[in-house]
Write a protein that binds this ligand. Sequence first.
Ligand code: 1GP
Length: 239
Amino acid sequence: MKHILKDIEAAKANGTPLLAVLIDPDKFKLEHLELFVTKAHQTIITHFFVGGSTVEAQVTQKLVNALKRKTSLPIVLFPGDVTQISDQADAILFLSLLSGRNPDYLISKHIQSVSLLEKTRLEVIPTGYLLIESGAETAVQRVTKTTPISSELLVAQTAKAGEYLGMKLIYLEAGSGANYPVSTSIISLTKSKLGIPIIVGGGIRSKKQLEKAYKAGADLVVIGTAFEKDLDFFDEITH
Ligand code: 1GP
């Protein structure tokens, strides 16, 4: 059995940067999986994240089953909804949208998911999820009907409150396909306050932006769109 959280904590302690490729089951074509995974294995990618804001029922499960047969890297669910739970994955980010004030995404969907999660052996990782202003309306914003936050101090304090509440990870999200990623000053101020690992995602499209995020304090970076749009991006981040 894999220990996803422990491994992320250990990587943080050792200063080893982690990189997840995000696959959105709604946009991904299963026939591309073989090549996609082969390419991913040649890079510094350490995790597969699977999830999206709007995914039809059973699509996630199909994708995770297929992915599981092709990789031994950890598969982590990053669900936009209760329908995206698959017992074939290794772990699930149990996301609470701390930047918003929509009770559905703070606690209601979590309660709905309990009867499903009880039937799986997924490692459930309590994760404070913060949507950060990134220039344009993103799918997360639309679906959750919440407003992103932009004040650096508010982001850092919200993240710290999440840590005080017992969350094990903080995810700073600019939104998939964001115009620009979470700023390095937000990452570094948040980092200075937290003892738990920080995930950063949204709008990262180049190796330079990736390195900047690590330098500012991201422990794990998530990239989806850049890989989705251009498989050659894998070649930029080979070992
Ligand atoms: C979205 O943070 C992820 O939740 C990835 O975003 O698709 O912009 O890489 P991108």
